[in-house]
Ligand binder design. Sequence first.
Ligand code: ATP
Ligand code: MN
Ligand code: MN
Length: 346
Amino acid sequence: PEATTPTPMSTVSQYACQRRTTTQNNNKIFTDAFEVLAESHEFNDMEGPCLAFRRAASVLKSLPWTVQNLRVTEDLPCLGEHSMCVIEVRPIVLCLQRANTGGRLLSARRTHPIFTLPLIHSDSPLPRSFLHYGDISRAVSKAEAQALGNIIDEAVHAITPDAILTLTGGFRRGKDFGHDVDFIVTTPQLGKEERLLTSVIDRLKHQGILLYCEYQASTFDESKLPSHRFEAMDHFAKCFLILRLEDSQVDGGLQTAEEDRRGWRAVRVDLVSPPVDRYAFTLLGWSGSRQFERDLRRFARMERRMLLDNHALYDKTKKEFLAATTEKDIFAHLGLEYIEPWQRNA
Ligand code: ATP
Ligand code: MN
Ligand code: MN
């Protein structure tokens, strides 16, 4: 659906956690261009401009209308703030000009794709995960994610009948496709969660569907304050998996003719296993999007003097940790309106 009446600009927050962003992007032509610029700056280790472009894209994604006129962007947060870029709006052609370097950056991206394979010496064997590079570089569909959910669900509950399993990541936000499928697994009994994860891995291996596994044991220390750095990974037990998904398990079958002939495809799966009292923080942290997470942490720090990460929320003024059993508790502690998972596609 095309543009309707613009909402007043003053209502658009600079924080993604105060905006509702569904998967319907009315400004894809602009956000794609900004994301290309963000990626090329990231590739060149220019963190500041990279973040600025990501924020600009994120603001445009939240608008329920299409930008038709340059003037409206002057009243939006994170756009043109540093006069870093000029968008010229034309019906078909988008001109993205950045003083001096715009064209150069775009062509740099063309010669340095983000998904470059690491250089491999001819005498070293290919990492086993590379055997499935073709399959896992192709998007996972909702039906495939659903089928994987059934497999993990069966495995988890065969081991621990009262285990808790939750789909998280992009599919929880209502995306139709993803680069992987993310799940949280935990147990109501504190401390049993790590054994659950290793048992699940063993079971998948015995079923013959575990193609590749990188397991990280927990290094979680509950006395530590939440991290200041956004990109810090969490310390819970987790694994990076590649699983074999049979065609017969997927409603409507697999996506490509080659996979159909073969009868199966390889899919990337992430499992993370926090202690149950950290479940809400992990769910909020792993549901994404990355930009939404970044702004949640930035909002907590800048507006509330609080530290938030996937493990905990800490109030620096009161010098105490704030407990939460649901995501709503965390939004409430932060004094934020609750944002549904499908509104977090910032
Ligand atoms: P896609 O559909 O492409 O998979 P996604 O939003 O699911 O998109 P992921 O890379 O799977 O993206 O990550 C999901 C969320 O989990 C992100 O918000 C990311 O910040 C978080 N996350 C992923 N890996 C870790 C990790 N090791 N430690 C902490 N958080 C992580
Ligand atoms: Mn994901
Ligand atoms: Mn993931």
